[in-house]
Design a protein around this ligand. Structure first.
Ligand code: ZN
Length: 273
């Protein structure tokens, strides 16, 4: 891959983040069957899958850094979704974050080492939560199901629930699903609203894009990115900020105003089994 192509692909890291997000769309531990709606069931199956793979971090000092941000975002976002948001650290090599139907948000531990400031992390999490509020994963899985009936053919014969079929698709596509650029952009804008209400400078997401663009390719983590160029997402955010100056005007676009984000090196992690 050429330098330009690599840069362009890295620009879309957030998009990428979400691909995986979609892929893993997870769930929360909840009573099985009764009382669970389809989104919860899908989420539960992904949660179980991640747990079975030993990826879910049960305890780590990193939670101390994540929790205040997650709590502030939850306070703002929760009224817009009908299942409780829950944030879990997961251990994967690629810096990433992904939300799944049912309210779970999974944050890859290495993302906490990758972000330079609190606003970049908050922006990423606000974006992911927005996918859940918009029901983007379910919508995408429904499209996939139509396209790939053969993949779920065997499952259909067994007569599982629709949620189960969608979850199979979701789990199987963990690292290859893609939202459209418009869906990503919509999550960016809603995410910036949530971040602003939660008190985090919504320019954090823009700064994250800029860091990807400006970084030397060999200094970047290996983000899976083959999205189309998403400069227009930055443009859309900036336009949204301009058009809603009463909300966004009080935040500085200067990354020098950011709150540095510190995490303990080599934090020990215990995994949920
Ligand atoms: Zn996304």
């Amino acid at each position: 891959m050429g330098h330009k192509a690599l840069r362009s692909s890295l620009l879309n890291a957030i998009g990428v983040l979400c691909l995986v997000a979609v892929a893993i769309t997870g769930g929360q531990p909840a009573a099985e069957g009764q009382g669970q709606d389809e989104e919860q069931q899908m989420g539960q199956e992904v949660f179980n899958e991640l747990k079975a793979k030993g990826e879910i971090v049960e305890s780590s000092p990193l939670y101390e850094q994540l929790r205040p941000i997650a709590d502030a975002i939850t306070r703002v976002a929760q009224p817009r979704y009908n299942h409780p948001f829950k944030f879990y650290l997961v251990h994967e090599t690629q810096p990433n974050a992904f939300a799944t139907p049912g309210g779970n948000v999974f944050v890859v531990d290495s993302l906490l080492y990758f972000v330079k400031n609190t606003e970049q992390l908050a922006g990423t999490l606000c974006h992911e939560v927005s996918h859940t509020i918009h029901h983007d994963t379910v919508t995408l899985m429904e499209k996939q199901q139509k396209i790939e009936k053969r993949e779920v053919g065997a499952a259909v014969l067994l007569g599982p629930s629709r949620a189960h079929i969608l979850a199979i698709l979701l789990i199987g596509k963990l690292h290859s699903l893609k939202y459209s650029r418009d869906v990503e952009s919509r999550a960016d804008l809603t995410g910036s609203d949530i971040c602003a209400s939660a008190g985090y400078n919504p320019w954090g997401l823009v700064w994250l894009f800029q860091d990807f663009k400006n970084a030397q390719p060999d200094q970047l983590p290996q983000l899976l990115s083959d999205h189309p160029d998403d400069q227009h997402r930055v443009d859309a955010l900036e336009q949204h900020f301009r058009e809603n100056a009463s909300t966004f005007g009080k935040f500085s676009p200067d990354a020098k105003s950011a709150q540095p984000f510190y995490v303990p090196k080599n934090a020990p992690e215990a995994f949920l089994r």
